[in-house]
Write a protein that binds this ligand. Structure first.
Ligand code: 5GP
Ligand code: ZN
Length: 119
């Protein structure tokens, strides 16, 4: 079930199976997998199968996809029993935002208290 084949992109390689990852959920639009360097006891990345480099590159045609990514986070949080205690979702954009992989991804972080404001 692949649709993104940019071999220069780490997350496209994860989608194509060329790079290993631990899948938590997948469907025809998104893939969710464990972060390799977790910043919390639960740290999942939810990515679209379509290669979109940054949030700046999204357009109105991506509205349903972006909603689906957010709803996937909400559903996974419930399934992983994070919902009642709480959790954080984050999408970093470009250098000042802390983005290091240029294929949009929503971080789902849980099972520890989150500080605000973030560093
Ligand atoms: P960003 O900094 O772009 O918002 O988030 C990129 C995330 O990808 C980081 O949390 C980082 O730990 C994670 N990451 C980097 N390389 C890999 C990898 O090879 N596999 C997985 N599963 N996660 C990775
Ligand atoms: Zn990509």
């Amino acid at each position: 079930m692949t649709s993104c084949t940019d071999s220069n992109c780490l997350f496209c390689r994860i989608i194509s199976g060329d790079e290993p990852s631990t899948t938590v959920y997948e469907d025809d639009k998104v893939l969710a997998f464990r972060d390799k360097f977790p910043a919390a006891p639960v740290h999942i990345l939810i990515i679209p199968r379509e290669h979109i480099a940054t949030l700046n590159d999204t357009e109105p045609k991506h509205a349903e996809l972006l909603g689906h990514i957010m709803l996937t986070a909400s559903r996974l949080a419930k399934e992983l029993d994070l919902a009642d205690d709480g959790y954080r979702v984050v999408m970093n954009c470009n250098r000042q935002g802390g983005q290091t992989v240029y294929h949009i991804h929503l971080h789902l972080l849980g099972e520890r208290p989150m500080r605000w404001p973030p560093g």
